[in-house]
Write a protein that binds this ligand. Sequence first.
Ligand SMILES: [Fe+2]
Ligand SMILES: [Fe+2]
Length: 282
Amino acid sequence: MELTPSMPEGITPIGFVQNSPELQQLLTYVITNARAGELMAVDNYTEMVQLFEQTDDKIATVQQANEECKHILLLEKLAGVVGVSIDETYVHEQWVGLRENFHEAVGRRELATCLIIQDLMVESLAIAMYETFASEANGVTETSRIARQLLDDELEHLDMGLGRISTLLAEDADTVHDGLRWAHHRCMPLLFGMVKDSCDFLCREKSLVCETVAMGPIAIDLKMLEMAALDRYVSMLYEAGFDPAVVNPLVASMAAYDPSVREALEVTGVSAQGCDPSTGCC
Ligand SMILES: [Fe+2]
Ligand SMILES: [Fe+2]
């Protein structure tokens, strides 16, 4: 009797037999949410096109949206390779809030805010996630090959965003920093809320206890992803050329998200007083 399902030619047969049901749930969760992020990226880039005046910029942004469409298809392929299906019941509701925030910024025609949300914040999380999949811990497999392809595009998107933000900072730094404060306070609790809540979400909604998932051929460490996403975001903020006097209180405010974030911030040496918009600090 044949136990291994037949695989498309050229695909490394991982996951089909070795994955435990729990690991399959975990993979369903990660891939389905990555796909939800890619869908949001398509909507965001498409909506952002109208904010550019130059034809070259419009074309480049449409191309970015097109690449995000390809990522959706790649993630669907990845789901097939590891033997799981996309399942909308695993999608975090925070994606809706993020999309609404972006739409609000488009309504105000705030290009810098839009770039900060999509190109810098969302891409930082995407990069951390695809790096986890593409890591050497997962060997040279179809999974890591697809993740590497996704990662290369997202790194390029982050680079484009950094270049565009640098131009806007040179033109009007105050407006860009106002956009950064607004986007940080509105979007980072949602983005980090998702990553931080991942194990609780799986336990609450799917009765899956993260710690008990026996990793088979694919290693996914949600705690490591949380730290990698935080690290990516914080270093991006300092590399982007924003004023440290604006960035430091924003970064320090993230310590309120959870104790592990506080520990990570101690490592980065950020000691500024955290800011909270409810107190009128920014
Ligand atoms: Fe993408
Ligand atoms: Fe992207």
